[in-house]
Design a protein around this ligand. Structure first.
Ligand code: PS7
Ligand code: MN
Ligand code: MN
Ligand code: MN
Ligand code: MN
Ligand code: MN
Length: 353
């Protein structure tokens, strides 16, 4: 027995499920497993933010066009028939914007409490993206200076996603009504994922002139530009910069475990746990790995499959985190100036359980 707005019989919702498969490598499976109307709601939430991110990422759109487009995206998202056909090269994500009117149609059919959360998060994220894009476009090459600025950018593009998800869990009644007040923990979930993505995508992002690593971490040992990390041939110092970035991402690991401990619905737990386990696996793969500076490295399919099987409750996830913290700990080098801090951080994660 389906809810009247579950939408399996609507062409626009079918279209949204297709977009989800097309645009998400990792989220599609866990979204479809969510209980009841959460699957459809989170699918739409994902597509709205994916649409917004596609515009942010598109370096072929001039700043004069991009600014108003980003800043009005929450309005476009409820404007019947709206779509965007002028976006650039990325084939699969472009199609989402070309047929965005299907997403708009479904947003307008959402339960009002969900619709309000999604539009509110979209409106906040837009501003952060637009301000950052404007600085990058007008000041030419601009780096994030401090870790605090880096945390703020990651808050806009990922911490807010966690905040919105958490508000949706509470609104659905599947999780406690007070969960939506745990904004700090929800933010940490997003930051752990976003920072891992920013670390792993280093080479691709630098080549597309997107510089997310904060200068406070990498401007050392004579590195003056981010490409110096792979062009200078100074592999040892580059891996020390890398360990600094990974150490910074690991700051959010214990918060992620604290967040997961608060969840009680199995499908919500799996949805939240699988991506953070993948992130921990990715951080341990990147740690002290110079290949990361040359190409986009990925965890093996079999390792990902094992994580999906195992990430069923807080205890198992804490064991997964402990294993990856140990792997990192074992790879840490005493010559690395981050060595002591990395060791302490790994101990904290290992001892969380
Ligand atoms: C609504 C599921 C689980 C409490 C599109 C999930 C891009 C890492 O750009 O696609 O291809 O390198 O690999 C996701 C908190 C957000 C943060 C953020 C919406 C976790 C637009 C995900 C995803 C909060 C900005 C995808 C942060 O990476 O990046 C839903 C709890 C979108 C989450 C972006 C990145 C996500 C990301 P790219 P990816
Ligand atoms: Mn992606
Ligand atoms: Mn982006
Ligand atoms: Mn992106
Ligand atoms: Mn990308
Ligand atoms: Mn990326």
């Amino acid at each position: 027995q389906e809810h009247p707005t579950s939408g399996w019989d609507r062409p626009t919702m079918r279209c949204c499920w297709d977009f989800l498969d097309m645009t998400s490598r990792s989220f599609s499976a866990v979204i479809k497993e969510l209980d009841g109307d959460l699957a459809r709601t989170i699918c739409i939430y994902y597509l709205v933010l994916r649409g917004l991110d596609t515009i942010e990422d598109d370096m072929t759109i001039p700043d004069e066009i991009k600014q108003p487009l980003l800043r009005s995206f929450h309005d476009k998202t409820v404007t019947p028939g709206w779509s965007f056909t002028d976006s650039g090269p990325n084939e699969k994500d472009r199609q989402l914007l070309v047929e965005y009117s299907a997403v708009v149609g479904e947003v307008n059919l959402l339960a009002p409490e969900y619709k309000e959360i999604i539009l509110n998060i979209c409106a906040k994220m837009e501003v952060g993206m637009a301000d950052y894009a404007h600085k990058a476009a007008t000041a030419g090459l601009v780096y994030l200076e401090t870790v605090a600025e880096y945390d703020l950018y990651c808050h806009y593009v990922a911490g807010l996603v966690g905040e919105g998800l958490t508000r949706i869990w509470s609104a659905s009644g599947k999780e406690a009504p007070w969960l939506c007040e745990e904004l700090e923990l929800a933010n940490s979930m997003g930051l752990l994922l976003q920072k891992t993505n920013i670390i792993r995508d280093f080479r691709e992002d630098v080549e597309e002139r997107r510089f997310f690593w904060p200068k406070e971490i990498w401007a050392k040992y004579g590195f003056e530009e981010m490409k110096d990390l792979y062009e200078k041939g100074d592999v040892e110092h580059a891996t020390w910069i890398q360990s600094g970035m990974i150490l910074d991402a690991l700051r959010h690991a214990c918060d992620a475990l604290d967040y997961l401990r608060l969840l009680k619905t199995q499908s919500v737990f799996v949805f939240c746990a699988v991506p953070v386990c993948m992130a921990m696996a990715t951080l341990s793969l990147c740690f002290m790995n110079p290949e990361m500076f040359r190409r986009n490295i990925k965890i093996r399919k079999a390792e990902a499959a094992k994580l999906i099987m195992q990430a069923t409750n807080t205890r198992e996830v804490a064991l997964i985190f402990r294993d990856y913290a140990r792997k990192i700990h074992n790879k840490a080098k005493p010559q690395d100036p981050n060595f002591l801090r990395v060791s302490v951080m790994c101990c904290k994660i290992e001892q969380w359980y």
